[in-house]
Design a protein around this ligand. Structure first.
Ligand SMILES: [Zn+2]
Length: 420
């Protein structure tokens, strides 16, 4: 509510001299602009605005974490993470394996960052370079109707019944398509057991939005089928399986476009989008999970969660994920720059690759077994009796979608399933 309704982001002048209002939903689009100086101004203006609510956001996050910890203890769990994973019956080892595997393969993400740095011809990659496509050209315009056509054709391998159901849904006003003032940012699929699915988008006429449409439709069809075949009590699905339906649709869309589209520019952007989806869905969500694990560990150890400490932790993680080891590359060398919620730019040193992040704190009394909540997967369930998949974490969300940690804590009233 704070970000969607109360905060007003500034307007900046673009290189053509036109006023460009910044919104929660067009921020990443503006961050893809070829003019680097413009991107930097957008970035600074956007996070300056966040800086004005720094303490409020920090306090809200701290209270969310402490609630998770207290609720877990009240139910005799050793840690908040144990409580969070107990509901979906996911062994802690699954969580640890994911985080460990991502940790061990950060070199792939570093290589991607270095390729982007080379493509941009810059000495150091900065945070306002992160969303620029590897492809040296603007994203083709994909209007909503065209995106619908591509997605319907792409899901053909799932069968006629699935395909026609999806097409009928698109024709039946399942989707609230475009951004409007004070509309919830991001993208969601929701509904109830006995209702049709409802999809909230903030469609931006680009390749990324087309993929988001495919993603949300995956959740919607999943919900349709599960509601149809399961009694109410079994109709929910956990976040660990929710993303299968949505990301399969993304992959089908990639295959379909590469097999059928001849426009080279679009083909290059499809490949770029596929790489970006790995960066955001696999790496970034795991980074959020590590952040949440550490903050819950800190709370469990009785450490204060001040905005400064949250900033420092987040900046360290950003450095570790996005800054290639300086021993092997001349790129972000001593690290990339990260903007924290304070509105200040922070230079990040590259930490040792082998360091286990959730064991940094020597004062922690926690068992250190891993992150406490379900943000490693990008969809999160939102409050209420309805089922919502929040599938696009807005770049503006600082420092990570807070909803997830709350929802992943077992509460009697929330049997709803879980995006991200
Ligand atoms: Zn999702």
């Amino acid at each position: 509510m704070l970000a969607n309704a109360d905060m007003e982001f500034p307007t900046v002048e673009d290189p053509e001299g036109d006023d460009q209002p910044i919104t929660l939903n067009n921020f990443t689009t503006l961050q893809k602009h070829p003019d680097r100086e413009f991107r930097e101004r957008v970035y600074e203006a956007f996070y300056d605005e966040w800086g004005t609510v720094r303490n409020a956001v920090g306090a809200a996050y701290k209270n969310s974490v402490k609630t998770d910890v207290k609720m877990a203890r009240a139910r005799n769990y050793d840690t908040a993470r144990e409580a969070a994973l107990d509901g979906p019956n996911v062994p802690a080892e699954v969580y640890d394996t994911l985080v460990d595997t991502v940790d061990e393969n950060l070199d792939t993400l570093h290589r991607h960052a270095d390729l982007k740095r080379e493509a941009l011809g810059v000495e150091k990659l900065r945070m306002w370079d992160l969303y620029v496509p590897l492809v040296q050209e603007e994203s083709p315009t994909i209007e909503y109707e065209q995106a619908c056509e591509y997605v319907v054709d792409a899901v053909a391998p799932l069968g006629d019944a699935y395909q026609s159901r999806l097409e009928t849904g698109l024709d039946s006003r399942w989707v609230d398509v475009y951004e409007t003032k004070h509309k919830q940012s991001g993208a969601y699929s929701g509904g109830t057991y006995d209702s049709q699915p409802f999809i909230l988008l903030n469609y931006q006429d680009d390749v990324e939005s087309m993929y988001t449409l495919a993603h949300e439709l995956g959740h919607s069809l999943h919900s349709e089928y599960t509601s149809e075949t399961q009694p109410y009590v079994y109709s929910g699905y956990e976040i660990f399986v929710a993303e299968v339906a949505s990301t399969v649709n993304e992959t089908l869309l990639t295959h379909h476009l590469l097999e059928t589209v001849e426009d080279e520019r679009l083909r290059r952007h499809v490949l770029n989008e596929y790489l970006e989806r790995f960066r955001s869905t696999l790496y970034r969500q795991t980074m959020f999970a590590e952040f949440e694990h550490r903050t819950h560990e800190m709370a469990e150890a009785g450490e204060p969660l001040t905005p400064d400490r949250l900033d420092d932790l987040y900046a360290d993680l950003k450095g570790e994920y996005y800054a290639p080891p300086n021993s092997t590359t001349a790129s972000p060398a001593s690290g990339c720059a990260s903007r924290t919620s304070t509105g200040r730019s922070t230079s990040i040193s590259t930490p040792p690759a082998s360091r286990r992040r959730w064991r940094w704190s020597t004062t922690s009394s926690n068992t250190g077994r891993g992150p406490p909540s379900a943000t490693l997967i990008s969809c999160v369930a939102a409050p209420g009796s309805t089922r919502w998949n929040s599938c696009v974490t807005p770049a503006s969300t600082w420092p990570a979608p807070n909803r997830s940690s709350r929802r992943s804590t077992p509460t009697p009233s929330t049997s709803t399933s879980s995006r991200g």
